[in-house]
Ligand binder design. Sequence first.
Ligand SMILES: Nc1ncnc2c1ncn2[C@@H]1O[C@H](COP(=O)(O)OP(=O)(O)OP(=O)(O)O)[C@@H](O)[C@H]1O
Length: 553
Amino acid sequence: MSYVPPHLRNSGPTTTTKISSVNLDNGRTNLSFSSSSSSSSNSSLSSPSSNAFRRSSASSVPNSVLPQWQPSERVLRMKPDQIEDVRLRLNVDVTVASDSSPALAPIESFTDMCLHQSIMKDIAIHGYTTPTPIQAQAMPVALSGRDMLGCAETGSGKTAAFSIPMIQHCLAQPPVCRGDGPLALVLAPTRELAQQIEKEVKAFSRSLESFKTAIVVGGTNIYEQRSELKAGVNIVVATPGRFIDHLQQGNTSLSRVSFVVLDEADRMLDMGFEPQIREVMRSLPEKHQTLLFSATMPVEIEALAQDYLTKPVQVRVGNVSSPTANVSQTLNKVSESEKIDRLLALLVEEASQAGRSGRSVQLTIVFVERKTRCDEVAEALVAQDLHAVALHGGRSQSEREAALREFRNGSTNILVATDVASRGLDVTGVAHVINLDLPKTMEDYVHRIGRTGRAGSMGQATSFYTDRDMVLVAQIKKAIADVESGNPVNYAVGKDARRKEREAAASHKEARTALSNLSVMGPRPINIEDKYMFMIAASNVKGEGAADSAWDD
Ligand SMILES: Nc1ncnc2c1ncn2[C@@H]1O[C@H](COP(=O)(O)OP(=O)(O)OP(=O)(O)O)[C@@H](O)[C@H]1O
């Protein structure tokens, strides 16, 4: 049975979820979720008051433990003015509610974080010597058991900022037995991002004997995932749709989850998973800790945080919700018909420059708007003897994995992708992001160009635009001027901001079409290219953003 997000459901048969208790091999009782189809529209998933994921009885489930963690004496001795000085230097902004205790000091060395020795060993093997600013502040907050909203620019190391405290948290819990649900859960919007996070979690737990992490994403064998989940794992990294399939089938439960991370939480809401995320949050055991991370923090995330986070610490580093200053941005005005030729010219020139200087060709991501265009562009590049591969939600899972693998190992240096690759994807050596088609919103632009200029490296972004993109182009020009003046601003992000941007773009386009109709030959039928039909349709769909067909998890 495949999961259908609520915005795509009609009044046809729906799924109901029943909770029943199950005796486990270890003699404990746990909960399972079973599903059945009915023609009623009263799905427990779509009902906000549903108890669908709530466990019925937890009497035999071991209690979660808040780790008794303390940083080094040196950190504990820091005075408030010293803490402020370090935050200022790291460009870290910390906010807590007036009725909650202050957040712990930032910690500038992994040693002072007093982590489990195996984790320390793995951090060293991974080649991390010093925490990045978001890690320096977010890790102590997470390790101290507080809920958190973490926001830092693209490529700043947010994954380790939650992965390492999550592993440390799991080590403090009673061991996982066969049939138990996981101790920690990470939800991410795309398969590729979830897989990347799982790799990072495994890297920091590789020296821990019998510590298990499972990846649960669509497009892969659900039966293998089921046996892995049933055997008992410490951490599950998942996309929401597939994770909920497993909950419904009783393959796992939330009864032992005491650490939850929503990575790129705003995008998951945007994709229509808000009811599922809320249901998961409502159904967690009482004692748990929640962390929300993104490079952009729209208001709807703050609303979610208000409902489900307890006295959270807000950690913001640098210029959140604005393009990273590590990327030099260029805008090129072109006509629609010129785009591919200009792209080819640019890439051929880069390849021959690399050849002349004897260096290898740099990795480049070309973003396009639609899946079909993605294939067409990749084919056009390959026809010019360039090494290009397409990545989009219409390809099979094995094709998606192969494309990313080839790109990561450099055997293909050009990845042509839809927005499925715009969030979180971390590929070392991406030097250039090209927007062959500009995205619809500034928020997507920020995430796309953030695929380069990561971990302190410099990158380049080139965007082609036509008259139709003028609304977004005005914002990008302002962003470029702001970065140049050293005074970057935060852009409005979130559903409202995106809707307004789409509306402004649509009315700009309408006005242009009307004008050209008047001036050329008087009234005539409007002939809108497929692409713009798609854009207008997308802006009219309720639950904006969810209509982006590039996203399929
Ligand atoms: N302490 C560190 N030392 C060295 N490299 C690091 C450190 N922390 C993270 N990195 C590297 O920085 C890169 C970016 O990290 P990561 O993918 O976690 O960024 P992010 O903030 O999650 O980005 P995005 O917002 O795009 O998802 C990765 O290649 C990661 O290995």
